[in-house]
Design a binder for this molecule. Structure first.
Ligand SMILES: [Zn+2]
Length: 383
């Protein structure tokens, strides 16, 4: 085995280490890379870290990736993202067929051999907290740089790079932590041990700051209501197999007392939350189940949601009852529910950092119309 092969073995190992731990990684979230001067191996789109092997990494030329920063792209968003996408595909090593993660550019400018990018709920309690930036400065000082929320893709990579380079100029060192507002964290190190050390430090510091942990002890779901909800949803989309997966716990009990209490769960904290459980859940009040024909009432509610939001709901928050993931199959509905649970955790952790702060409407609209995200959604459907 040559040293590059050995490094890739280590990359697979550390990717699985985090990918298998639900405290760090949900579903297909997060990505990792290893690089030397000539090339970078970065997680390809559509692979999950927990089960990744060598085929899940795309090999890219560092020279081609570095050249991206000197290019001028169109000021038109759609044209620009298409141009960058083409450059990313062209930056692959000869013969490479895997599609690099949209975040490959963010990996490429970090001057460390290994980079692990994750979106843990605990970290996002900070990055989605109203006081997140100030709290991060107090906690991590010069070892951290904070990147304000911007549109994902090329713009995010460019912003993150310029913040990191400015930080380096100012402090003399490249930041250990790159915290992305409403998104997650990038950590680089020259060894897998270095990565683990930084992540453990980050998580411990956040645990210490967290005023409370979400109380996820389960509660039973009212099965009659769940059935009514499912029937109404199925009727609304004329799909008798549309899946609905629900969850209830002590923490949710507090958030589901009324619409106002549910506000911290009412929008998307990060692009992944938006992608899996939708930009806003369908809200259903409990009194609806006591009416004469609750199934028709649900059907109507879903119809109104569709008209207002332009899409079918991917999740529902039902007063005093539970949260529900909705999907065209059981797996999709389970994913939507799981990610909705992550929204809950993020909301609770954010209380320790000034309270929840969602992505801006502009960002949400951008992502909803973004080709790359649509592609990812398709890949997930096909998995
Ligand atoms: Zn990310």
């Amino acid at each position: 085995m040559n040293s590059r092969d050995m490094a890739i073995e280590q990359l697979i190992k550390i990717s699985r280490f985090y990918g298998e731990n639900p405290e760090y990684v949900l579903l297909g979230g997060g990505n990792t890379s290893w690089k030397d001067e000539q090339m970078m191996y970065v997680k390809a789109s559509g692979y999950a870290l927990g089960s990744i092997d060598r085929s899940g990494f795309a090999s890219m030329s560092m020279e081609a990736l570095n050249a991206v920063w000197d290019k001028e792209y169109s000021s038109d968003e759609e044209v620009r993202e298409q141009q960058v996408l083409t450059d990313m595909m062209d930056a692959r090593m000869p013969g490479e067929t895997a599609r690099p993660s949209v975040e490959a550019l963010l990996h490429s400018f970090i001057p460390s051999s290994y980079v692990v990018h994750l979106h843990p709920a605990l970290v996002n309690g900070l990055t989605c907290g109203k006081r997140g930036k100030a709290a991060a400065e107090e906690m991590f000082g010069d070892s951290m740089v904070w990147v304000p929320s911007v549109n994902p893709g090329y713009i995010l990579a460019r912003e993150a790079r310029s913040h990191a380079l400015n930080h380096q100029k100012k402090t003399g060192g490249f930041p250990e932590l790159i915290l992305l507002e409403n998104h997650g964290v990038f950590i680089g190190a020259d060894t897998p041990e270095g990565i683990k050390e930084s992540y453990t430090q980050l998580m411990n510091a956040l645990k210490q700051q967290a005023e409370r942990e979400p109380d996820l002890s389960p509660l039973a779901i009212d099965s009659r209501r769940q059935q009514v909800l499912q029937q109404g949803i199925r009727r609304a989309c004329s799909d008798s197999r549309r899946a609905v997966v629900g969850m209830m716990n002590h923490e949710l009990e507090r958030f589901l007392t009324d619409r106002e209490a549910c506000h911290p769960l009412s929008s998307a904290f990060t692009p992944d939350h938006l992608l899996y459980s939708g930009h806003t859940p369908l809200w259903v009040s409990a009194d609806l189940f006591e009416r004469d024909d609750p199934v028709s009432e649900i059907e109507q509610k879903v119809g109104e949601y569709e008209k207002r939001e332009g899409v079918f709901p991917k999740s529902a928050a039902v007063q005093h009852t539970g949260i529900f993931g909705i999907g065209s199959n059981a797996r999709q509905a389970e994913s939507a529910c799981l990610v909705f649970l992550d929204t809950l955790k993020t909301a609770v952790y954010s209380e320790s950092f000034g309270g929840p702060s969602f992505m801006s409407q502009e960002r949400i609209d951008f992502i909803r119309s973004w080709e790359v995200e649509r592609y990812r959604a398709k890949v997930q459907e096909n998995q």
